[in-house]
Write a protein that binds this ligand. Structure first.
Ligand SMILES: Nc1ncnc2c1ncn2[C@@H]1O[C@H](COP(=O)(O)OP(=O)(O)OP(=O)(O)O)[C@@H](O)[C@H]1O
Length: 336
């Protein structure tokens, strides 16, 4: 057996869930794993599978139904709130109060576990706040009231507070739920930076499969009535567990190209000649309209041509200058 002495946290035979009418009702059962410094873990799974419940349990906010959450060899429940706050930085989805605080004051709250009884910030505290603000790029928000922030801005301010808190373990529940693509990528880049440069262990739940594949060192895959599966994203792709966990009734998933695969059906076939960057876009548009890729005997024979930046499609001796005009032609005159 390999003993992992590096881990920040150990989950041992952990079951998480709720007492429903006094009966333990587990959502995820018998989880055994280590959370390592310097790693970003992405927790994936369908709505309601128990991701938030798992994160809340490992953060010590609710008791395990069975098994143990060990933080530096001690059950997380044995820590005082103050002590825990210096070790675990938590960003949850729900809005907590503090609408009248400025963003700067909110971020400074991250230093609360370290300040004296007067709550005064030391030089070190102030520089931790400044660093958190710089890393999350929210300088322009500092004087705004928390209650006046957009959902995305609020999310970034809460992440800044967690960065200022400086726990060894950062737990974030869907931190990019309200963020646009730019901000989502920035947050994931920041999480990687915190893991790599500051040796933080980062556990983040997300529904963004592509960002998880891009940024996670490790995935935790959850499914209803199944054991949690964990591993490197590439290992899970190669051993088929990723595809298995992503399978949904009625459609599949093309992992390499990151596309949803609709069920195949009978339909008119097409072939594509001409090697151009437009090849994939053409295939997508045709498939979405119910045409199927075929061989050289296909009913519709298309050639893609490029002149400079201009793409055109040739079918049955007619030339089309957009996919829209090609698809309209293939559809034929619409009956009313
Ligand atoms: N306090 C509670 N008591 C009983 N059941 C609860 C409680 N809180 C949540 N649940 C139930 O536990 C299940 C899992 O909820 P959880 O929020 O952990 O899921 P999730 O995987 O994070 O979902 P999502 O992706 O939608 O955020 C849900 O069916 C939910 O209704």
């Amino acid at each position: 057996m390999i003993v992992n002495n590096r881990s920040v946290m150990k989950l041992q035979h952990l079951s998480v869930g709720y007492l429903v009418k006094s009966h333990p009702t587990p959502l995820l059962k018998d989880i055994n794993l280590d959370i390592n410094p310097g790693e970003v873990v992405c927790l994936l799974g369908q709505n309601g599978v128990g991701k938030s419940t798992l994160l809340r349990t490992i953060a010590g906010l609710q008791p395990p139904l069975a098994g143990e959450v060990l933080l530096a060899h001690r059950p997380v429940q044995a820590y005082s709130i103050q002590e825990l706050a210096t070790k675990i930085s938590l960003v949850l989805t729900e809005k907590v109060g503090g609408g009248n605080l400025t963003v700067e004051e909110l971020v400074a709250l991250g230093r609360h576990p370290y300040t004296n009884w007067l709550g005064l910030l030391s030089k070190e505290d102030k520089s931790a706040v400044e660093e958190a603000v710089a890393l999350t790029k929210i300088n322009y928000l500092l004087n705004k009231k928390v209650g006046e922030l957009s959902d995305g801005q609020y999310q970034k301010a809460m992440i800044a507070r967690a960065v200022a808190q400086d726990g060894d373990l950062m737990i974030l529940d869907e931190p990019t739920a309200f963020l646009d693509l730019n901000n989502s990528v920035e947050i994931f880049m920041l999480l990687r930076q915190l893991a790599l440069e500051k040796e933080k262990a980062v556990v983040v739940s997300t529904h963004d499969f592509h960002l998880a594949m891009e940024f996670a060192d490790r995935l935790w895959l959850t499914n209803f009535n199944s054991p949690l599966v964990q591993g490197l994203p590439e290992d899970l792709a190669l051993n088929g567990l990723l595809e298995e966990s992503l399978y949904h009734e009625g459609f599949g998933f093309d992992l390499l190209n990151g596309r949803v695969l609709l069920p195949t059906k009978e339909g008119t076939t097409f072939s594509l000649a001409g090697d151009s960057p437009a090849h994939n876009w053409t295939k997508r548009a045709l498939e979405r309209h119910g045409y199927l890729p075929g061989d050289t005997n296909a009913a519709i024979k298309l050639t893609i041509e490029m002149e400079g930046n201009a793409t055109s499609w040739v079918a049955t001796n007619q030339r089309f200058h957009s996919l829209e005009s090609l698809l309209n032609y293939l559809a034929g005159p619409k009956s009313k």
